[in-house]
Design a protein around this ligand. Sequence first.
Ligand code: NAP
Length: 339
Amino acid sequence: MAQILVTGASGFIALHCIEQLLGQGHEVRGTVRSLSREAELKQALTKAGRDTKNFSLFEADLTKPEGWDEAVKGCDYVLHVASPFILGVPKHEDDLIKPAVSGVEYVISAAIKHKVSRVVVTSSGASITDTHDGKTHFTEDDWTDVNHPKTTAYYKSKTLAEMKAWELINAQTGKAKTELSVINPTVVLGPTLTEDIGTSNDFIRQIIVGKVPAAANLHFGFVDVRDVASAHIEAMTNKKAAGERFIVSANELWLIELCTILNQAGYKKSPTRKMPNWLVKLFGLLDAPTKQISQLLDAERYTPADKAKAVLGWQARDLNDSILETAAQLQAFETAKKA
Ligand code: NAP
């Protein structure tokens, strides 16, 4: 049994990591910005069948130095999952970049200080795919170009935070060094353990409730949250995972393909027509999030998880099943809201 800290315990991915770690018999700590969420999180874990006697919470914010030392001290491993994540456009790009980078600094510095064996950082496909050089097939050797004018604030925040993590780990000089593994998931969907559906599932919710009139020509990889959590846990102890980053992705889909899967499963508000690029660009003149999307039109992003499969023995569940399971849960939430 190991002592493990998972940062951002209230988050969609982090809570699945905690649920799986408790299921394996570990002692798990989580960080939250406010301990007022303790009852909600414990209730969600209990509902998922986990005993919470080995689960405790610490208060810490990615923008402040307080709390990280206490949370990390005594841990064998740290899963650093917390980072600001929004679908839209922040007022200023630093609203995303600064907490993402300072959070990595606080967490990894505390891990090195307290001799944690390994930190697993949740980075993203966003740190890999925006090379803006015409490439369509990506591997762990690729890095998003943070200086390119089309790279969004979120993509910059994830790339700069991951770079900072590697910089801090590689700067260690002592004999016993803290190791780093990085998980780079593509768009994450799947069932949520709380009633907070998570940022990325909101994308599916908007499609099924009819907020997406037609499918823009966008292409992304997708992966189930339970498989993202299991990749973190395997990367935590697998000897060959030290010093490596891993793309985790089940499959890529064009948005029209995702919408069609949902429509054919009975979600009739999901569009079956494509939106022409010129129309997306026109809407983009009036709306900042649509402008951001319009910069991604037609860009193919193939992100095979070959390395995670070979090194971690990782497998992804069927993407169609994940999409439909997600939609069913979101639809149930919508129905409950109206009742
Ligand atoms: P999420 O549900 O929005 O979780 C984000 C977590 O970060 C929340 O626990 C949030 O805490 C915490 N957080 C944000 N700002 C913070 C701050 N200033 N101080 C402390 N905690 C802060 O999103 P998620 O999907 O689980 O994402 C988790 C990680 O996976 C992020 O690093 C994200 O970039 C990465 N990722 C996500 C996807 C995806 O599609 N979901 C794909 C690739 C990578 P509060 O509850 O207090 O807000």
